[in-house]
Design a protein around this ligand. Structure first.
Ligand code: AR6
Length: 173
């Protein structure tokens, strides 16, 4: 199990993996943050395909091709907007990871990279989000052979340090 999870610091648009996950909004028509970076790097074909998808509900996920990205696919998921923690935000964020991993497995994705969903414009507290990301992924991988590898792509040193700390807390041999 340990070898199926990797924590790195970097820009997710540069990763040569089967799928990268996009922290999108319900329209799936682009935005700022990692969503903007992914659309810029993928080129206009990505938006054209996204227009055909009819949006996406919070906690759900949809898949497209990667166009000019080094990644073959983009899995678009919509995280919850943080509004204090009493609006089912934890469960919805966990759904994002679980549904993205499920969609990846269905599409024979072997390696997938996640950004930290909801922790930018949507203001989810970072440590709390990292704990949900890691725990949901550990649960999924313990029950499923695919994807073979999950990468948490941390944007900046502080994010990276937090993920390492949370992983050490949650991972038991
Ligand atoms: N690679 C990896 N992580 C990144 C990158 C990158 N290139 N750029 C930013 N991050 P956000 P959200 C990190 O705001 O909170 C968009 O407008 C960033 O440091 O991108 O889910 C959408 O269209 C942060 O930790 O996504 C939605 O409207 C994390 O990615 C809304 O923002 C997520 O920040 C979604 O908000």
């Amino acid at each position: 199990m340990r070898e199926r999870i990797e924590i790195i610091e970097g820009d997710i648009t540069k990763l040569r993996v089967d799928a990268i996950v996009n922290a999108a909004n319900r329209s799936l028509l682009g935005g700022g943050g990692v969503d903007g970076a992914i659309h810029r790097a993928a080129g206009p074909g990505l938006l054209e395909e996204c227009k055909t998808l009819g949006g996406c509900e919070t906690g759900q996920a949809k898949i497209t091709k990667g166009y000019n990205l080094p990644a073959k696919f983009v899995i678009h998921t919509v995280g919850p907007v943080w509004s204090g923690g009493n609006r089912n935000e934890d469960k919805l964020l966990s759904d994002c990871y679980r549904n993205s991993l499920k969609l990846a497995a269905e599409n024979k994705v072997r390696t997938i990279a996640f950004p930290s969903i909801s922790t930018g414009a949507y203001r989810f507290p970072f440590e709390r989000a990292a704990r949900i990301a890691v725990q949901t992924t550990l649960d999924f991988l313990s029950k499923n052979p695919m994807p073979e590898k999950v990468i948490f792509c941390c944007f900046g040193r502080e994010a990276y340090d937090t993920y390492l700390k949370i992983f050490d807390e949650l991972y038991k041999e």
